[in-house]
Structures are given as C-alpha cells and as structure tokens.
Ligand binder design. Structure first.
Ligand SMILES: Nc1nc2c(c(=O)[nH]1)N[C@H]1C(S)=C(S)[C@@H](COP(=O)(O)OP(=O)(O)OC[C@H]3O[C@@H](n4cnc5c(=O)[nH]c(N)nc54)[C@H](O)[C@@H]3O)O[C@H]1N2
Ligand SMILES: Nc1nc2c(c(=O)[nH]1)N[C@H]1C(S)=C(S)[C@@H](COP(=O)(O)OP(=O)(O)OC[C@H]3O[C@@H](n4cnc5c(=O)[nH]c(N)nc54)[C@H](O)[C@@H]3O)O[C@H]1N2
Ligand code: SF4
Ligand SMILES: [Mo]
Length: 732
C-alpha cells in the first residue's frame, strides 16, 4: 500500500511543502501540500520530479576512495581513515591555510549545510573559504553589512501587501524567487496586480516575469546602479524623499544628495539606454505609491557595480519611507533567529580584514572570491592551497574559467567532495562522501526562513528511513570534522553536545536571554530530538523569538504560521553608531568609479544569463523529466543582431570573451533586447570521468568558460556573470 509523507522541497528558495507518495522505500510521486501554512499546495515541475531525482540511479550509494589513481567504492570507515591520515598531516606540514573549503548552493537547502560548516571552518582554522555567495548574493550581504551592521539583515519585499513592486534583475516566474522566499511567487505577483498594485520589471530580457508586469524596462545590462542612482537623485532633487520612521534611525541623509548629484536622469540615460523621462516618471510613481518595495537580484548583483546597486535598492526603500513598514521592505524574523535584544550599538561590519594571497582580494563576510580559487591552488608559495574540501559545490561549472579550475583541482595533493554525484568537480576528489537522497533526510529551512515574506516554521522528519549503508548528511559532516581535527573515531554527538553546552553557557549568562539565570545542564537535558542536529534545532527554537519547541513543530506537520512581517527597527541594527549608516565610507569610495562609467562607451554586444523553470544551476540535468523541450542550452539572439552578424535560427555560432570561446546553437528571439545575448549556466557536462548518464547525452556548453575570473565587483569579490562583452560569429 502506498503511503504519504510530508517533505519541504529542498530544490529552490521557495521551500514548498510537498506530499510525497511512497511505495516501500521509493518515492513514486510528489504533489503540493494543500494544508501547508506557507505554500498552500503550490508546486513546480522540479518539486513534482522529486521522486525521479531522489531515485536517480546515478546517485552514489557508497563513499569513493582514490586508489592507484582511480576512484573505487569504499566503506565509510575506510573513507574517513584516508581523510584522517591525510588532512591533519598536511596541516602539520604546511599550515592551516593549505586547506581550502568550497561551500556550494545546496548547503542552504540542507540541515547539515547550516549546522556543520561553521564547525568545520573553526576546526581547520583556514581563511581560504570560497562559496557560491561570491557568484551570487555577496553584494547584498556587503550592502546590508554596511547599512545595518549585519550582513544577514536583508529586507525582503512585503509581496503580499505592497502596492508597488520595482523588481530588477530577477525572474521569479522561472527561479521562484531568491532572497525573497515566497512559494508561488508568480501567484503572488498576479495577486498584487489583482488588488490594484503595480509591478515594474527591469530586465534586458522580456522574461515571463516581465510579461506579468504593468511596465517592462529593458535597459542595457550592467546599468542598474546608474538607473537606481538616478531614481534616488530624482527623489532628492524633487523633494520626494520622505524617509518617515526609518529616517529617524538614519545617519548620512544630508550627505546623500551631494554624493548622487552627478547621477541625473539625463546623465545616466545614455548608459542605461532609457530616456530621462522614463527614469523620472518611475521615480515619481515610486514616491507616489502608498507603499512600495524595490527588489534587485541576480541580474543586479552579479554585475560590475553589484554592491552599489544592492545598496541603492535599500537607499530607495529608505528614501521612500518604505523600509521596515508593512507593504514596503521588511526584515523577517525567523523561528531560529535569536530572540530580539534591546537596541544598542553593535560591532559594525568590516571589509578586507584579510586579503587573498595571490591577487590581494579583500575578504568579505569571511570569504574570498570563488573566481580566485584556481590561482590560490596553482600559484606556488607559502599558504598555497594543497587540499580542498568541497561540500555541495560544482565550481568547475558554476565559477569562471572552469577549464583552469579543472586543471588546478587535478593538481591538488588531496581533495574531498561531499556530493551525491560524481560530476565535473567531484571527479577530482580523493574521497567522495555521498549524502543520502533527500527523502531520507530531515529538513528545516535555517537559511530561507530568514528571507521569507511571511514568518512561519515547518519541520520535515525523514520521509523514508535511512537506506542500508547510508549515512545521514549531518553525520557525514560531523565525522568529516572529527577526521580533519585528529578526532577520527569519536562520536559525532561530541560536536553537537559541545555546541549546545557552549551556547547554553552564554545564554544563561545573558540578562536579555529567555534563559538568563537558568541551569545550563538542566536546559540541555530538557532538549528533545533523537539526533544531535534535532537537539540543536530544538535549542535554537527555544532560544528564538517565538518560544517554540521541536515537539510543537512535530505536532503541526503542515507548519506553524508566525504572522506577517512586522517592523524591527532599531533592534536589527548592529552598526557601531546603532543607526542606519546610509553613506558608508566603502560605498562613498566606490561612487567615483560609477561616475566614471557615465563617460564609458558601452560594448556593442554583452552577455547575460537566464534560468529555466526545470533547471537548477548545474545539477538537475540528469533527471530526464527536467531536461529537453525549451530547457536547452541555446544562445538567445535578437533578430536585428542575428541579421547584422549573419546568424540563423538553429544554426551555430562561436562566442568569444576574456576567458575563451564556445560553440553554441543559436535561437533567434526578440525576448532579448538588441546588443544582448543570453546563455544559461550550469551546462557543459562533457568531461570524462563523471557519472551523469542523462546529462552527458545533452551536455550543453559552459557559459562560465567565457570568463577568466578577473571581472569582479570589487567590494564584494563577486564575479561579474552578467553584462560582460562578447564577440559573436556564425559557424558553418
Ligand atoms: N554564469 C553564471 N554562473 C552562475 C550563476 C549564473 O546566474 N550565471 N549563478 C550562480 C549562483 S546564483 C549559484 S548559487 C551558483 C551555484 O553553484 P554551486 O554552488 O556550485 O551549486 P550547483 O551548481 O547547484 O551544484 C551543487 C552541487 O551540490 C550537489 N548536491 C546536490 N544536493 C546535495 C545535497 O543534498 N548535499 C550535498 N552535499 N551535495 C548536494 C550537486 O550534486 C552539485 O555537485 O552558480 C553560480 N554560477
Ligand atoms: N528554475 C531555477 N530556479 C532557480 C535556480 C535555477 O538555476 N533554476 N537557481 C536558484 C538560485 S541559486 C538563485 S540565486 C535564484 C536566482 O533567481 P533570480 O535572481 O530570479 O535569477 P534569474 O532567473 O537568473 O534572473 C536574473 C534576471 O536578470 C536579468 N539580467 C541580467 N543582467 C541584468 C542587468 O544588468 N540588469 C537587470 N536589471 N537585469 C539583468 C536576466 O535577464 C534574468 O532574467 O534562482 C534560484 N532558483
Ligand atoms: S518552487 Fe522550488 S521549492 Fe517549490 S516545488 Fe518548485 S523547486 Fe520545489
Ligand atoms: Mo544562487
């Protein structure tokens, strides 16, 4: 008899509740959970393919260990012994910096990825940390760090209540949203318009999101910071800035007008390829809306002025009085955030506390640019990365210049991948540790509840018991930490118990903690949960703002509604002044570079990415139901550009940029504007040694091969993945 089980979908930031159909231990179906307090039955084709992904025959079933140059199946014991023999010895000989860590995107979709990497980094003591953030949202962390003193204090648009949404560089109808967790984002956009609200989309492509909008502006890629600066300038110049309550918490309002003086609509219009009138009327509409939210994502982050654009998004939210008010952009309060403390000045946010060894890139939020990983492995000298631990990461496809990184990885003394697949990156590992399929893992969204448009909490215990020979991913991580820190063989509980003891010791001593004065041992014993990670979750819930427990979450499997977002100023602020620092020094120092951009001659042809609803970065191309049809790696070219360059629909073209060239199939479409071509990322599955039978058959081309890793947003170290110049020629 088939049974059902609930599981939060881990495939994108929307975190939909799924109802899985299970026969024996196999997931045979997935539909939206209509009773889910947040997603209310919404599902997309990826969630519907949960079973196929979960049961993918190419998933690794056992660890792999390299012997005589070849990866062979091995026992867990053997795999950890190899790690315990290799890593501590390497650190003894070459120092802590000789081990690099790469954390990829799915870490924000697993409990293990939230709970253990901080402990791994602490155990290793390395500063060589590279994550997907510097291919993604690091500009937003930096701007929030500078503005609010906390890189995780990211305001999200109040989608369900706003009257006006200005959305830049995001295509939530395909991506289902990012840094704005909202199951059924498309439905929420339609509801916004149905209640009389306005949606304006800024994107060089006419996306499916743009098709839902009242207005679509298609500026030249890379010009968001200029456009946003001109919007802010107009508000200030026309007396339309009304910061309201957030203004009372803001420093630097007076200096802003001067800093933005040069960015008049007339001055930026040619670079944006918009008219000054379009820009001015957008500013006026934004100011006139009863409530409004400005929201920018990948297209404005992974761009040349990514941090400035991210900063300006919130400058606009502040100038229009929309920051921290219902209908505007608010700070979520997740169930595992610490219970709010009284407002007081914080430690602030510093950039560049250390620098990368080879190119001297400043750290941001403790990370170095992933675009600089290859040179840190290749370049001889003290502190060279000799061993790498990659967890849920496929940088050979997701980061610039995969060919160079591929060669660098091949030259490592030792590499570990925690990954369910043998793919373009993990094929270089000496040890591969495979997590179980998602149906066998418990789930709680530590990351995304903090960016959700509605406060809520949901927990999924494993839907299917752990398979024979499988190890839970939390235990995989914990044993890895023990093995690299010379504690191989100890119980993983040691780590969780230590975290619990340390946290409770701090809390009972904090007069503002709900546990102030309590007995820490007693509190530890009171925690429920059958595993270390469950007890840690229970502890975080108890220390959180809603006074929840794991037992309560278990009793309400469709989730607990914790209410709409509400104002959190000034409590969220952790700047040294205890105020919003509107024009922080690093930003002010970046503005001259943006001013210089006004005089630059734009490139004739630039490339942007795109996402497809049935794709997910580099790792869903092995599920037959998700590939094919319109989900193909083709180059979108506008008909006028195709004419000019002699390209034909279905023909092939050679595309060339800093990092190399690719041959790609051409798809002629007016969905991209002129002067812009679009190629999706995550493709290029044609390397030998991977075990991806479906993806290999239709490999596509790796767009990131067009980059050499040198184009970065300087403040955040984020790779410029959108709006870089390319050349294009037809192929016979
Ligand atoms: N040109 C271009 N490049 C881009 C982007 C772009 O828009 N354009 N987008 C960037 C963005 S936003 C991101 S986030 C990055 C993503 O790039 P990465 O962080 O490298 O992530 P993925 O490509 O999704 O690869 C995820 C890896 O995790 C593995 N995995 C899947 N599930 C699990 C699991 O449960 N546990 C573990 N341990 N491993 C798992 C997969 O097999 C795969 O190897 O790509 C970036 N690269
Ligand atoms: N189906 C699917 N869903 C996903 C993913 C996936 O790969 N596939 N990846 C997940 C991840 S890791 C992330 S981070 C999110 C990202 O989610 P989104 O931020 O929504 O990312 P995209 O869909 O790539 O949309 C970015 C848009 O920016 C536009 N753009 C490019 N350059 C510029 C520019 O200079 N200015 C402006 N204004 N627009 C520009 C592009 O044309 C594109 O439409 O999606 C997540 N969800
Ligand atoms: S929208 Fe995202 S979370 Fe929801 S079903 Fe699709 S992939 Fe899963
Ligand atoms: Mo991402």
């Amino acid at each position: 008899m088939p049974r059902t089980a609930l599981r939060i979908c881990p495939l994108c930031e929307a975190t939909c509740g799924l109802t899985l159909t299970i026969e024996g231990t196999t997931v045979t179906g997935a539909r939206g959970d209509r009773d889910d307090v947040f997603s209310r039955g919404f599902i997309c084709p990826k969630g519907a393919a949960f079973g196929a992904l979960d049961g993918d025959p190419d998933r690794l079933r056992t660890p792999l260990v390299r012997r005589d140059g070849r990866l062979r199946e091995a026992s867990w014991e053997e795999a950890y012994e190899v790690i315990a023999a290799a890593v501590p010895a390497l650190v003894r000989e070459h120092g802590a910096q000789s081990v690099g860590v790469v954390l990829g995107n799915p870490n924000v979709h697993t409990m293990a990825g939230a709970l253990y990497p901080p402990l791994l980094l602490k155990a290793l003591g390395t500063r060589n940390l590279f994550t997907a953030s510097t291919l993604d949202q690091m500009p937003k962390h930096v701007s929030s760090g500078l503005l609010f003193g906390d890189p995780f204090a990211i305001p999200v648009p109040d989608l369900d209540r706003t009257d006006f949404l200005l959305l830049l560089g995001a295509n939530p109808v395909e991506s289902n949203g990012s840094l704005c967790t909202a199951p059924d984002f498309p439905g929420r956009l339609k509801a916004l318009r149905a209640r009389g609200g306005t949606l304006v989309v800024v994107d060089p492509r006419r996306t499916r999101t743009a098709a839902l909008a009242d207005r679509h502006l298609a500026p030249r890629p890379g010009s968001d910071a200029l456009l946003l600066a001109a919007l802010a300038h107009t508000l200030l110049a026309e007396g339309l800035a009304t910061p309201g309550t957030p203004g009372e918490w803001t420093e630097g309002l007076g200096e802003l007008a001067d800093a933005l003086a040069r960015f008049t609509p007339e001055a930026v219009a040619p670079a944006c390829d918009l008219t000054a009138d379009e820009i001015r009327s957008l500013a006026r509409e934004l100011a006139a809306a009863p409530t409004a939210a400005v929201y920018g994502r990948i297209g404005s982050c992974t761009a040349e002025y990514g941090t400035l654009a991210s900063w300006l998004v919130d400058v606009l939210n502040i100038l229009t009085g929309n920051l921290d008010r219902p209908g505007g952009a608010l700070f979520p309060l997740s169930a595992t955030d610490r219970a709010p403390r009284p407002a007081r000045p914080g430690k602030g946010f510093d950039l560049g506390r250390w620098h990368s060894r080879v190119s001297g890139h400043p750290e941001a939020k403790g990370e170095l640019p992933t675009a600089a990983l290859a040179e840190e492995i290749e370049t001889p000298g003290v502190g060279r990365i000799r061993a790498l631990i990659a967890i849920a990461a496929n940088p050979v496809l997701s980061a610039p210049d995969g060919r160079r990184l591929d060669a660098a990885l091949a030259g490592l003394d030792f590499m570990i991948s925690v990954d369910p697949y043998l793919n373009e990156t993990s094929r270089h590992a000496h040890v591969v540790l495979p997590p179980p399929p998602p149906s066998q893992s418990a789930h709680f969204d530590f990351a995304f509840n903090a960016f959700a448009v509605h406060n809520q909490a949901r927990y999924s215990p494993p839907a299917v018991p752990l398979g024979e020979g499988r190890m839970d991913e939390c235990e995989v991580h914990a044993r890895l930490i023990l093995a690299v820190s010379g504690l191989h063989g100890a119980s993983p509980d040691v780590l969780d118990d230590r975290v619990i003891a340390d946290t409770l010791a701090r809390e009972v001593a904090d007069p503002h903690s709900p546990l102030f004065g309590a007995d820490p041992q007693r509190e530890a014993r009171a925690l429920t949960g059958s595993t270390g990670p469950e007890r840690r979750l229970d502890m975080m819930l108890r220390l959180g703002p809603y006074d929840l427990t794991l037992d309560e979450l278990r009793k309400r499997p469709h989730g607990i509604d914790l209410g709409p977002l509400s104002p959190r100023l000034p409590g969220v602020l952790k700047t040294r002044t205890g105020r919003i620092e509107l024009l922080p020094d690093p930003i002010a120092a970046e503005l001259p570079r943006l001013r210089a951009a006004l005089a630059e001659r734009p490139a004739a042809l630039v490339l942007v990415g795109r996402r497809h609803l049935r794709s997910n970065n580099s790792w869903l191309h092995n599920v037959p139901a998700l590939v094919g049809g319109s989900n193909r790696c083709t180059l979108h070219v506008h008909p006028q550009d195709a004419d000019r360059l002699g390209l034909t629909d279905g023909g092939r073209a050679r595309i060339t940029a800093d990092g190399g060239s690719l041959e790609v199939p051409v798809e002629i479409t007016d969905a991209v504007r002129t002067g812009v071509v679009s190629l999706p990322h995550g493709w290029g599955h044609d390397r030998a040694g991977s075990r991806l039978s479906v993806a290999r058959a239709v490999p596509g081309a790796n767009v990131n091969q067009l980059l050499d890793g040198s184009r970065l947003d300087p403040l955040s170290g984020t790779a410029v993945l959108n709006g870089f110049p390319v050349e294009l020629a037809p192929l016979p």
